[in-house]
Design a protein around this ligand. Sequence first.
Ligand code: ZN
Length: 607
Amino acid sequence: MDKITIQNLKCNQHPNKNLQFIQVNDVLTQSVPTKPLFYCSSCFNHDLHFKSINYLMIDQIFQEADTNIIPKWPPVNNYQIISDLIDLTSNQSSLDYVKQITDFFHQLKEEFLNKIDIIQKKMINEALKYPIDTQQIIKRYQEISNILQFKQLLNNEKLNNLQDHSTLCKEFISQMESQKDKNTELLQSLLTQANQLKINFNMEYPNIIKQQLLTFIDHISFFNLDIPEVNSLNHNNTRNDLETIITSQSNQIGDLQLTSDLIMKLVSNKSNFCSDQFLNKLSESLQRINPLLKQFTFNIAVFKENKEQIDFYKISEEKINLIEEYVNHQITLSRGEQQFEKEVKDSLEIKQMIQIIDSKMSFLRQEFIQQFEKFLVDVKPFLKQINFTNTFTDKNKFDFFRNLKDKQLNALFQESLPNLDLKLLATQYNNGQINCVVNKKENGYYEIEQLDNSSWVFCISNTNLQKDQKYIFRIKVESLNEGKSFMIGLLRNSNADQNAGYYEYLSCYLKKYNQSVIKHGGYGIDKQLKGAGFKTSGENMIELRLCLKEQILEVLDYPNYEYKLGLQDKFKEKLTQFDDLRLYLGTIHQGSKLILMDVKIVNEFLN
Ligand SMILES: [Zn+2]
């Protein structure tokens, strides 16, 4: 009688049909509790909401459960997992890890032994080229020495008297003795050859290789977890990847043992200029021998105490090249060749920098300029970072100031000083205030003009001159008839209305002569300090210089400064003695016009 199984039970709804499907999912959440678990093919046809994922063919469980994974069993949230497992198991060969391992070792052993056999034979053959065997040496000795022939001779039974023996032996020994040189040579050669292998033979090296091979074998592993380097480094690394890895490990540098990573880190430093090709090759090779390298641990710091590697890899290629150029430049400089230094100094960049530095307007001490030039020579390669074409906004102006003579520059400087607003007033002397007008011009100049003829009129400044200031007064002779005279100088305010300006002998007496102004003589300021005599040029400008404290009171032609008249020594004391000295201009002829152009305070009298 047949065993009753689900397969041969009939469907309740369709009695002529066998049950074919079983619901294996959504059973828990079934909305209709009476819904049958088993389906026949007709149930399946009648169920309009049939969800195939929820049903399993009963047949499949019977046929495949023993050997296969069933796609819809067990109920899971993600059927992809089961599907992947099915894929995995259907590809038998890739799953067969143990077989792969076994095959590997089998193959390894075979190839290993074959290789060893070959090399062993090769080495033996090599060794056999040398006469190392005792038998061989003796055989060779016998050939050279003819000792066996000698023995035979002595053993010759046909000779029955001593005489015959003696004759033959003598002949033989003489023959051998005559070849003494040849014998020596051949035996020496034999000895040398026999010794040669002794010298050449090295047992240590094969032992090292053997040790390394055994170590290598120890490190054979099929599991990535055992080989951390394989995880972190693949063979196609570019230099940048490599650097990233190296950089990421830089914090642990103190703990690093000498591994391939550390070697790579040291070697791949940008400043070593190793080619990418080389680094990739080295990296590959180091990975290969890394297990071996790990035997060597160095419990010493990699870098010198308090020193860190210079992170050249952090700067650009361009800067690295610049540094290289700088170092080469320094090396050449350090040779102390004058010619090279001169060439550097004469380079466009440095010449231009020095021109700028040494410009009239920079006011730098020579010592500083020399230091700066030395510095520029030192850092010459870096100067190319500056574009020296079109350096100036206005090259003409730059050249103008560069070529300016000191004298011109000083004049320019004085011109730029602010004018003191020193007013001029006519004194009461000779009814000066009636006979003279003082006009203030638009540009701030004071012009005095004499109205009446033939009596001295004096115009004085409105303030006393300060003891410790250095004054420059510039007076222009605007209008003066030929041969006529005038005065400039100092007088005391306290008796300005009673006395003539020249009363204190602190004056210069001048007159018009041949369109110029010349010295007329004798009122204090007539001591020749520069040039011979006195003569103005051009616009007839006169400069009066005064420093009361230093007892300086001088008259010069402006702007040429070719002549200088100073105060007579005997009057100099007055400059420090009086507290109310003021500047004055004095005229005596109708129509005379003098203009006070500049009143400046300077730090120094130049020229
Ligand atoms: Zn049915």
